[in-house]
Ligand binder design. Structure first.
Ligand SMILES: Cc1cc2nc3c(=O)[nH]c(=O)nc-3n(C[C@H](O)[C@H](O)[C@H](O)COP(=O)(O)O)c2cc1C
Length: 175
């Protein structure tokens, strides 16, 4: 199988995972907006950072593929949310289901990793988005806060780094 790792990363945590995976399985890793010959590959391992539920670059990448049916896909999300919480995983997967064709969603092997968020490094647009979310979340009574909201309130304006290369093992096992 002709494999390729493609990734969408804004601040680098997804890129770190993609490059480490590339090193471990000896497959090339390339950014989603730099890939030119995507149709030459038949096994696509896509790693994308989560932004408001969207998997960065995934939809654009799928649009470049002529014959989706003939390809195999592994989709890996990288987000801040705790992926040992099944509610978080359900939210992420429902989001992916809405973004990509049903046939791809059904056949893809899907994994979720945790990334990092460094508030001081966010661009202006993301700082504003997080501030709006924070202002809304802080007024939610504690008993009604989901784990995702709690995490956001706890880490707001700080640095939170959950990158753990050991979590790549589950993915490598199915490749
Ligand atoms: C504006 C914004 C929206 C985000 N939305 C989500 C989200 O919906 N789900 C999630 O788990 N993480 C979310 N995150 C956290 C990022 O996915 C996390 O920081 C990820 O590691 C970023 O990857 P990157 O460093 O490769 O860009 C968000 C972060 C920002 C700044």
């Amino acid at each position: 199988m002709n494999k390729i790792i493609i990734y969408g990363s804004k601040y680098g945590s997804t890129e770190k995972y993609a490059k480490e995976l590339a090193r471990r399985i000896n497959v090339e890793a390339i950014e989603y907006d730099k890939i030119k010959n995507i149709n030459d590959y038949d096994y696509i391992i896509y790693l994308g950072a989560l932004y408001a539920g969207g998997v960065m670059g995934l939809v654009k990448t799928l649009k470049k593929i002529d014959d989706l049916k003939s390809k195999e896909f592994v989709i890996v999300t990288v987000g801040a949310a705790d992926t040992t919480d099944s509610n978080n995983v359900n939210n992420i997967e429902n989001g992916i289901n809405k973004q990509i064709p049903e046939e791809i969603y059904n056949k893809a092997k899907i994994f979720h990793l945790r990334g990092a968020i460094y508030y001081s490094k966010l661009d202006v647009k993301h700082k504003i988005m997080m501030k709006l979310l924070y202002n809304k979340a802080k007024n939610i009574p504690e008993e009604k806060q989901t784990p995702e909201i709690k995490l956001m309130l706890e880490t707001y304006n700080k640095e939170a780094d959950f990158v753990d290369f050991n979590t790549l093992d589950n993915i490598i096992n199915v490749l």
